[in-house]
Write a protein that binds this ligand. Structure first.
Ligand code: URA
Length: 219
């Protein structure tokens, strides 16, 4: 409950952000949506036209595909948390610029800190490069989980092709589907086992018996 309140409060704070030029052209900040304590978090690139209008991430065609992929592993949007590297729409959906990413990244890191996911699936190059801290492109690293420390916590980073790129490239969609299918086992691999009840301690006799041994007829 506490977590929910803090994330929501942070979202309200970010709604007025003017750290970069994108604040001038946006309809609204697209902070993120989903479960505030999700084990699985997705990080995309930036809001597009529909996201900017509705204030929610991944509500266009790419979002429909993301929902379908989630359904394929038995999840829905409300089970996960979805955010983007940039919280405001770049004009004409152009690529995020380095200074915009730099201005915005602490919002994403704060979200990660508050949500505490165990697996973060990065969608496409921008999220993958930012969160892995490496310049390797998505074609080289997709489907390869990488343990890393983000916002002071160990998480499993899992780079995936961006759904928007897979929409029109059937071969990429196949790869995305098979990478997606590994998500449940990745979550399982980092979730602590459900705690077993403590075994009852072995009974050991300490001290002398309350009744002298001879009275018990033992000797
Ligand atoms: N919609 C989003 O919210 N992010 C993307 O990266 C693409 C579409």
């Amino acid at each position: 409950m506490e977590q929910f309140g803090e994330l929501e409060a942070y979202g309200r704070e970010v709604a007025g952000c003017t750290r970069c030029r994108l604040s001038q052209g946006r309809t609204q900040v697209v902070f993120g949506s989903g479960s505030p304590h999700a084990d699985l978090m997705f990080v995309g690139e930036a809001p597009g036209f529909h996201e900017d209008k509705q204030g929610l991430p991944f509500v266009g065609q790419a979002g429909k595909l993301l929902e379908k992929l989630l359904a394929g592993i038995g999840l829905q949007r409300s089970d996960v948390y979805i955010a983007n590297v940039l919280k405001c729409r770049p004009p004409g959906n152009r690529d995020p610029q380095p200074d915009e990413i730099e201005a915005c990244e602490s919002h994403l890191f704060r979200q990660i800190e508050l949500i505490e996911p165990t697996v973060i699936a990065t969608l496409g190059n921008f999220a993958t490069k930012l969160l892995s801290g490496r310049p390797l492109g998505i074609t080289r690293v997709h489907g390869q989980e990488q343990p890393t420390t983000l916002a002071g916590r160990r998480v499993l980073l899992y780079p995936l092709y961006h759904p928007a790129a897979a929409l029109y490239t059937p071969a990429m969609l196949k790869v995305l589907e098979s990478d997606f299918a590994r998500i449940p086992s990745l979550i399982g691999s980092v979730m602590p086992e459900v705690a077993e009840p403590e075994p009852a301690p072995e009974l050991t006799l300490v001290g002398p018996p309350a009744v002298p041994a001879e009275q018990l007829g033992l000797f």
